[in-house]
Ligand binder design. Structure first.
Ligand SMILES: Nc1ncnc2c1ncn2[C@@H]1O[C@H](COP(=O)(O)OP(=O)(O)OP(=O)(O)O)[C@@H](O)[C@H]1O
Ligand SMILES: O=C(O)c1ccc[n+]([C@@H]2O[C@H](COP(=O)([O-])O)[C@@H](O)[C@H]2O)c1
Length: 245
């Protein structure tokens, strides 16, 4: 089933603030919280572009970056602490509020997004709009996620295009496409209700992955154009992703 691509929305933008999660209410208005979960092994320019695209599209107040302990991936290379550190460095200069949320790594076991969304609902309340961001690769696998249909009742799902992964055709499971398409809305509607809608960022085309970066670094190939400079410095300082160190 084909997914309709959504139109661009209005611009947003806030000074970067790092630290403890802030109450997501601004001047009496219910603010909109974007959530970006990932392995971030390492974080890269595709993650930054994904966050920026939806902050702009939705006019959101805050991005929470949530380093995961993914149950579907075999052992990661960097530790949870290193992945959280790199995420904080990567997003430090973004012109909007960013919080690195440690709840999944602090749980100390592989985590499900549905659990995290339930915890955020408890923490932030029932009315705050929550928008969970992902690339097209994850939409193609959404039906493998734990209790995947419940995700739509807890948050909005926002999907960005990604080179190599289509958003229509047989690569998106039929049940996922049906659920996603039925909820598809203009991006500017998402911050007006807590959950239940979907939207697409149709123009993201950042051809970078953590896998490609790890492979490049292992082989001594410069990955400086794919990662924020402070993250590359961190990787070098901590001798990460090198074959012989
Ligand atoms: N280049 C990209 N464009 C759009 N979305 C992306 C891109 N890279 C990662 N994402 C999305 O960011 C989230 C976290 O991704 P993750 O940390 O697994 O990075 P990755 O590059 O996919 O890693 P790996 O290569 O190790 O699988 C996922 O929802 C993923 O779809
Ligand atoms: O909840 C699940 O079952 C589930 C399965 C696969 C991925 N996820 C989430 O999707 C996000 C991106 O995961 P990954 O593996 O691409 O780094 C991250 O927040 C994961 O916790 C979640």
């Amino acid at each position: 089933m084909a997914l309709r691509l959504a139109a661009r929305g209005r611009l947003g933008g806030k000074p970067a603030v790092h630290g403890l999660p802030a109450a997501p209410r601004l001047a009496g208005v219910t603010a909109c919280v974007l959530l970006l979960g990932g392995s971030f092994d390492p974080v890269h320019n595709g993650h930054l572009a994904l966050g920026r695209a939806f902050v702009q599209l939705l006019g959101a107040a805050e991005l929470r970056v949530i380093p995961a302990v993914p149950w579907q991936k075999s052992a990661l290379v960097a530790t949870a602490q290193q992945r959280a550190d790199m995420a904080a460095l990567a997003f430090a200069d973004e012109p909007y509020r960013v919080v690195v949320d440690r709840q999944e790594i602090d749980r100390g076991r592989p985590t499900y997004t549905v659990e995290t969304l339930r915890a955020l609902r408890t923490q932030l309340g029932a009315t705050v709009p929550l928008c969970f961001l992902m690339g097209a690769d994850q939409l193609q696998r959404l039906d493998t996620w734990h209790a995947w249909r419940d995700l739509f009742t807890l948050a909005h799902l926002c999907v960005a295009t990604r080179p190599g992964f289509t958003l229509d055709g047989p690569d998106v499971p039929r049940a996922v496409a049906a659920e996603f398409t039925a909820r598809l809305a203009a991006p500017q509607r998402l911050c007006g209700q807590p959950a239940g809608l979907t939207c697409i960022a149709p123009d993201l085309a950042v051809d970078v992955s953590s896998t490609a970066i790890r492979t490049a670094l292992e082989n001594g190939i410069d990955a400086g154009s794919l990662i924020p400079a402070p993250v590359l410095d961190y990787i070098e300082q901590h001798k990460l992703y090198k074959k012989y160190n």
